[in-house]
Design a protein around this ligand. Structure first.
Ligand code: NAD
Length: 324
């Protein structure tokens, strides 16, 4: 039985990862500023702690820990990351967490550390054409992320790789591309496009309208949470120390994303385009390297994943309406 530390265990991906690690028979310790929002954590121990504080990291990252999954970050969707209002906190908070984690992981000779980077590290200049973005792993440099969130992630990728080169810290680094699914934040101001659009459609009348930021022609791909967890574990259990994309190659426009959700809800929704933060014009995962290196690719289609996510958010919206 492995003793595993999940940092950010109260978050969306972290809480799903804890459940999977428990199902696989591990002893799991979660740390976060908060408990998971929508269900009780399945971790054996759950520490409420601030990973910016070196004392919290020192107390948790002990040599008896076999593996660390580092998912804690100050993050959110476009409404949180692309307005500019949270730039300092996003960089400062996440960098402190990663500096602490890398330091104590080296000091305690932790056998393996997973770090969650992001597609937001890819240069803006390769993502101006919505039909043809380039997010191959090798295209990361020269770096020009479109957000401070992306700059912090690229710094931390480099930090963990420096730890590998200088101190033989056995790291695994993945660049996630828009992960979505049940029990992801949907109404906090930090939600991402799939959850925000599911909420808007769930709240709209049968023949209502919903607001879309920008003209909706910007493209993205979205990876269902179960595929993401499979990708994380496949990478962690491999020997690959290269940075890999963990995403879907099923690219859609934001307008199409809204249409799929409306169709699944059985509603006749019209789209009202308004000004708002939109990020780059095109982004899609490029999975050649991840397929070749660790043999992983997603299994769940966008339509299938959205159906499950919409059903969950629709039920959450119904609960909220009951309370009101
Ligand atoms: P999330 O916000 O749900 O989870 C992050 C967790 O980190 C939160 O529960 C938060 O409370 C915790 N945290 C933040 N600051 C902390 C601190 N100082 N001390 C302790 N805990 C702290 O986000 P998520 O979607 O689960 O993402 C997990 C990781 O994956 C993050 O590193 C994120 O940047 C990365 N990522 C996610 C996506 C995505 O689409 N969800 C895409 C790219 C990268």
């Amino acid at each position: 039985m492995k003793r595993i530390l999940v940092l950010g265990a109260g978050g969306f991906i972290g809480s799903h990862l804890v459940t999977r690690l428990k199902q696989e028979g591990n002893y799991v310790i979660g740390i976060d500023l908060k408990y998971p929002e929508f269900s009780k954590s399945t971790a054996d121990e759950f520490v409420i702690g601030d990973l910016r504080d070196p004392n919290v990291c020192e107390a948790a990252i002990k040599d008896e820990v076999d593996e660390i999954f580092q998912l804690a970050a100050d993050m959110g969707g476009a409404g949180y990351l692309f307005t500019g209002e949270n730039d300092f906190n996003v960089m400062h908070n996440s960098a402190l967490i990663n500096l602490n984690v890398a330091h104590y992981a080296i000091q305690n000779k932790i056998s393996k550390v997973f770090f969650s980077s992001s597609a937001c590290i890819y240069p803006q200049f390769n993502q101006t054409d919505p039909n043809n973005p380039n997010c191959e792993e090798s295209s990361a440099y020269p770096a020009e992320p479109d957000s401070e969130y992306g700059w912090e992630k690229i710094f931390s990728e480099r930090l963990y790789h420096a730890a590998l080169r200088n101190y033989q810290l056995n790291v695994r680094v993945a660049r996630f591309h828009n992960i979505y699914g049940p029990e992801g934040t949907w109404n906090s101001g930090k939600e991402k496009a799939p959850a925000a659009l599911c909420r808007k459609v769930a709240m709209a009348d049968q023949n209502g309208s919903i607001e879309i930021w920008g003209d909706g022609t910007q493209t993205r791909s979205f990876l269902y949470i179960d595929d993401c967890i499979d990708g994380i574990l496949t990478l962690m259990n491999s020997d690959c120390t290269e940075v890999l994309n963990i995403g879907s190659e099923e690219m859609v426009t934001i307008n199409r994303l809204a249409e799929i959700i409306s169709e699944q809800a059985g509603k006749n929704i019209s789209l009202e385009h308004i000004d708002g933060p939109i990020g780059v014009m095109g982004r899609n995962s490029e999975n050649s390297l991840v397929k070749k290196s660790i043999g992983w690719s997603p299994k769940i289609s966008l339509a299938e994943g959205l159906a499950k996510t919409y059903a969950w958010i629709n039920a959450e919206v119904a609960k909220l309406k009951e309370k009101a």
